[in-house]
Design a protein around this ligand. Structure first.
Ligand code: ADP
Length: 186
């Protein structure tokens, strides 16, 4: 499923983010940038040990922020390590922090010269964010970025499971209905 937003595009698809042919892939990192399970484990496995070495040079990243590193042996220009909130552990600021993690991921990818980017469902695994709510926040934040006209202009949201994909599709349909700037197809 695909939508045109401003001069950019947003695509939802099911898949494994380590296999996306884009300039930047985002991983759902922890604030120590220490590697972990879930999507971050998959990204570090695919990238090799150089990625952890790059993370160690940076040292850490606060919740709601993102940093870009060289990609190790992944065939992309950059890996963006975005730190989403642990649901229920951020004093009610979870929505804002999830939006900010997405916004910062887009900004640092743009600064690294990336024109296309692929996101996983940040915070929707071990961090326990309800997927319906996360989908609305993620898609609205990406819409705002695309309307702003800065790179990256091509955004993919890559869902690992069929249920997550269905939820994100529903959220995109709702966004299309209430925002005429978001147009299906293209
Ligand atoms: P968090 O700790 O931020 O919740 P997780 O890695 O536990 O991060 O989960 C985030 C999302 O990433 C989940 O929806 C999970 O199904 C998904 N995921 C796991 N592996 C991959 C992968 N290889 N590609 C894309 N998404 C993945």
């Amino acid at each position: 499923m695909r939508a045109r937003i401003g001069a950019g595009s947003l695509e939802l698809r099911r898949g494994d983010i380590t296999r996306e042919g884009v300039d930047a892939i985002v991983t759902a990192a922890n604030s120590a940038l220490a590697g972990g399970g879930g999507v971050d484990g998959a990204v570090h496995r695919a990238a090799g040990p150089e990625l952890l070495a790059e993370c160690r040079k940076i040292g850490g990243c606060p919740t709601g922020d993102a940093v870009a590193t060289p990609p190790g042996r992944l065939p992309v220009r950059a890996v963006v390590h975005a730190v989403g909130p642990v649901y229920g552990a951020c004093g009610g600021r979870e929505d804002e922090l999830l939006a900010r993690a997405h916004r910062r991921a887009l900004e640092v990818a743009g600064e690294a010269g990336c024109r296309s980017i692929a996101f996983p469902a940040i915070s929707c695994g071990v961090y326990g964010f309800p997927v319906e709510r996360a989908a609305r926040i993620a898609l609205e934040t990406i819409r705002d970025h695309l309307l702003g006209g800065s790179p990256p202009h091509e955004v993919r949201y890559v869902l690992f499971g069929a249920r997550e994909l269905e939820v994100f599709r529903g959220a995109l349909r709702e966004l299309v209905e209430r925002d005429p700037r978001v147009v299906l197809g293209g």
